[in-house]
Design a protein. Structure first.
Length: 442
């Protein structure tokens, strides 16, 4: 069980600890939970906390929220660590909490990294949560559905915390520079975009951002006027990364994703992997890249290799499951696969051509023969009259017209000779020839 002292020298603490928010107004990010009128903010401000789990990646404020609750609540607040606390410690604290409850008091138990507790340790909390002896607040970076006992989880509200946006982190870094608990009072000069570069490198992790800022400032030069000048060169040395020219929301972002897409389209795996690396090493969200690769799988490969879509979706799932840096290899596999796959844009052409007709003739009625007829009135109006059920025929084909009269005979899908699509082209022509031959029989 963690114990804190009021006599610790705050200046000896890391910047992230010194700048830990003391109120919800200082808290960065999570506006979907802590914005004005949002449920979690109301629970904290009204001291009406129930057992809950904070689930989110590192550095997004899980422990900080628990600290704010500790300051706001009229309860005994106990901080547990799953790394250092065993069943013996849990039972001792639970006994104290039970005694406090009999005296009309409340006890909040915060368990950091609750996913590290085994089943027996988690079970030790359960009866006291059920009786209301304690209010349990757990923090985890892992999916609680898999890492927290179902009985315990069912008694807790799960709040999902998101990675901080670049804007949130830049605001936090500016506060660190001006706040007396940070570098307030010191003369610090930055080259343009330094804070944004740190925010991108942090990838949604506030603690990482503050640690990087602290390292950069402490390693920057001080002149005779006691001015600290932070440069890109110092930042690059501190993060051991080259500051790639890349703006995730600007022109270069679109230039490089375009370069990746066109390199894959041009069947150039070497160029495609290079542009992939440029994006990932500059801090691009791997899920964004995976989404673009998934689009490519149908837009530029399509039925020339139907397996391409499965590869792209699997890469997306892998990125979601393990994240960076490990998922870089999955994206590499997908990007090289797309580069080497036979190419066909027939899917994109088919949809865009049909889209044009759909917009121009948005009110075109559905042919009666393929309308649904669930009511007697609809049947009397000839809905579904003459419908031919393809499965009842030997060829599994009918000559029934499914397009509106004004579009009869219109062709949208025009398969190429690439890859497997060449087979589909032959099959489609056979279908059209059969329908043409049997047209008079309809």
């Amino acid at each position: 069980m963690a114990q804190k002292t009021l006599f610790e020298n705050i200046k000896n603490q890391p910047l992230a600890s010194r700048l830990r928010p003391e109120s919800l107004d200082e808290f960065a990010g999570q506006t979907h939970l802590l914005g004005e009128g949002k449920v979690l903010r109301r629970l904290i401000e009204n001291d009406n906390i129930s057992s809950m789990i904070f689930w989110g990646p590192p550095g997004v404020g899980k422990t900080t929220l628990a600290s704010i609750i500790a300051k706001k609540t009229h309860s005994v607040f106990i901080d547990f660590s799953a790394v250092t606390s065993g069943i013996k410690e849990i039972k001792a604290v639970m006994q104290e909490a039970e005694e406090n409850r009999t005296l009309g008091g409340k006890t909040i138990v915060f368990v950091d990294e609750i996913h590290r507790f085994n089943k027996a340790q988690q079970d030790a909390f359960l009866p006291f949560v059920e009786k209301g002896s304690i209010i349990l607040i757990g923090a985890t970076t892992e999916n609680p559905s898999f890492e927290v006992n179902s009985a315990l989880l069912s008694r807790c509200k799960v709040f999902v915390l998101q990675p901080l946006s670049e804007e949130d982190i830049v605001k936090l870094l500016n506060r660190a520079i001006t706040d007396e608990r940070g570098f307030g009072g010191q003369k610090i000069k930055f080259e343009p975009e330094i804070l944004l570069m740190i925010a991108r490198f942090a990838n949604g992790d506030a603690r990482n951002a503050l640690s990087t800022l602290e390292m950069v400032i402490l390693n920057s030069d001080i002149n005779k006027r006691e001015e600290i000048t932070v440069t890109k060169e110092v930042l690059e040395q501190c993060i051991s990364k080259k500051s790639l020219i890349y703006d995730k929301n600007g022109e270069e972002h679109y230039n490089i994703i375009s370069a990746l897409h066109k390199s894959m389209r041009n069947s150039d795996p070497d160029a495609a992997v290079y542009w992939l690396a440029r994006m990932l090493e500059a801090g691009e969200d791997p899920l964004y890249i995976a989404r673009r690769v998934t689009r490519f799988a149908s837009e530029d490969v399509g039925l020339a290799d139907p397996h391409a879509l499965s590869v792209a979706v699997a890469a997306y799932q892998a990125c979601h499951f393990i994240g960076m840096p490990e998922c870089s290899v999955h994206l590499t596999q997908a990007v090289i696969y797309m580069s080497m796959a036979p190419k066909s844009n027939a899917m994109d052409v088919a949809y865009m051509t049909a889209k044009t007709d759909a917009i121009k003739q948005i009110a075109e009625p559905v042919p009666l023969v393929i309308r649904n007829a669930p009511t007697k009135l609809m049947k009397e109006l000839n809905y579904g009259k003459g419908y031919q059920y393809a499965h009842d025929t030997e060829e599994k084909l009918t000559n029934m017209q499914c397009l509106p009269d004004s579009l009869a005979g219109r062709e949208y899908y025009k398969p190429t000779e690439q890859g497997l699509e060449a087979k589909y082209k032959v099959k489609l022509q056979q279908i059209k020839d059969w329908k043409k031959a049997h047209k008079q029989n309809g």
